[in-house]
Design a protein around this ligand. Structure first.
Ligand SMILES: Nc1ncnc2c1ncn2[C@@H]1O[C@H](COP(=O)(O)OP(=O)(O)OP(=O)(O)O)[C@@H](O)[C@H]1O
Length: 278
C-alpha cells in the first residue's frame, strides 16, 4: 500500500531524511520509532503531500502523494483543529471533503463518536476541549472516510488512559479491516499491544525493522527487589521471570517490593547504536 524508497529531504544544512525507505502492506501496522529529530514527522509530511522530498520516490497504492488525497488519513503530531468549530462540524466537514454524503457520512460520524468516545462533547467547540479530547477529534478526522493508509503521528501524546485505550482499539480494528497504518510513538508498550512491526528511524533513515521479538527480545531488562531492611538487589537479565523466581528462592529476608522492567525503546536504541558503531 505504501512504498517509500530512498527519500531525501534537506532543510538548508540539515539533512532531515537521508535515504529513508519504508513499505507498509495493507492490514499492517508499522510502529515508527526513533529519537527526536530522527525524521519521522518529515516522512509523514511527505507521504501526506504537505511537503515535497528532494530525492527518492513514494507511492500510495501505486500513485504519488499528489494523487492520493482521500486515500490517506493523517493525524498530525501538532493538533490542527478549528477552535470555533464543534466536533460534529469537524467530522461532517472532513467527511464531506473526503467525498462522503448523507447516510454514509451520518453512519461514519456515529461510528467514530462511539469508537473514540466523543459523545459527551460532540456539540462543543474544540477550543474548550482538553488535550486528550482534541487528540481523539483529530484522529476521528483522519479516520472518517476509512482511508486505505493511515498516518498517525504520536496520536496518544499526552493522552490519558481512556484516550489511549480508545485509540488503540480503533487502530487495531482499522488494520483488521485492511488499512495500512504508520503509527509514530515514543512508547513501546503501545506497539506491543498493537502487535505492530517496529521500524527504527535514526539520522533520517530506517536502520532496523522487525517484530518486537526480533528487535527487543534478548535485550536485558531488570529485576529489582527491596528487602524489609531496605537492602536493594538489582539484576540485569534477558530472562526476567526466571531471574525473579531464582532471586525469590534465594532470598533470606522478607521482601517489601518487587519490580520487573522489560526492555524499553531506549534499550533498543542503545543496542542499535552499539551495533552501528561496531
Ligand atoms: N521546517 C523545518 N525547518 C528546518 N528544519 C526542520 C524542519 N522540520 C524538521 N526539521 C529538522 O529535520 C530533522 C527531522 O525532524 P522531524 O521533525 O522529522 O523529526 P522527528 O523524528 O519527527 O522528531 P520528534 O520525535 O521530535 O517529533 C530535525 O533535525 C529537525 O530539526
Amino acid at each position: 500500500m505504501l512504498q517509500a524508497i530512498d527519500l531525501v529531504k534537506r532543510y538548508g544544512p540539515v539533512l532531515a531524511l537521508d535515504g529513508f525507505s519504508l513499505s507498509v502492506a495493507a492490514g499492517e501496522i508499522v510502529g515508527l520509532v526513533g529519537h527526536n529529530g530522527a525524521g519521522k514527522t518529515t516522512f509523514v509530511e511527505i507521504v501526506s503531500y504537505l511537503i515535497r522530498q528532494d530525492g527518492g520516490h513514494v507511492t500510495v497504492d501505486g500513485r504519488p502523494p499528489s494523487a492520493s488525497r482521500g486515500r490517506v488519513g493523517v493525524a498530525p503530531q501538532h493538533i490542527a483543529l478549528y477552535p470555533s468549530v464543534t466536533v460534529r462540524e469537524h467530522l461532517n466537514l472532513f467527511g464531506k471533503l473526503a467525498g462522503l454524503r448523507r447516510a454514509a457520512l451520518d453512519s461514519a460520524v456515529e461510528e467514530l463518536t462511539v469508537a473514540l468516545r466523543l459523545g459527551a462533547f460532540i456539540d462543543r467547540r474544540t477550543a474548550g476541549l482538553s488535550g486528550g479530547q482534541q487528540r481523539r477529534v483529530q484522529a476521528a478526522t483522519a479516520l472518517i472516510n476509512r482511508p486505505g493508509l493511515l498516518l498517525l503521528d504520536e496520536p496518544t501524546a499526552g493522552a490519558d488512559l481512556e484516550t489511549r485505550e480508545a485509540m488503540l482499539d480503533v487502530v487495531k480494528q482499522r488494520a483488521g479491516d485492511g488499512a495500512a497504518i504508520v503509527y509514530t510513538t515514543h512508547y513501546l508498550p503501545e506497539l506491543v499491544e498493537l502487535q505492530a512491526t517496529i521500524a527504527v528511524a535514526r539520522n533520517g533513515k530506517i536502520i532496523a525493522r522487525g517484530t518486537y521479538d526480533e528487535l527487543v527480545d534478548g535485550l536485558p531488562g531488570e529485576v529489582r527487589l527491596i528487602h524489609d531492611n531496605e537492602e536493594e538487589v538489582r539484576v540485569s537479565t534477558t530472562q526476567p521471570a526466571a531471574t525473579l523466581i531464582d532471586l525469590l528462592g534465594r532470598a533470606e529476608r522478607p521482601i517489601s517490593t518487587i519490580e520487573v522492567h522489560n526492555p524499553s525503546l531506549d534499550d533498543l536504541y542503545r543496542s542499535l547504536a552499539v551495533s552501528d558503531a561496531s
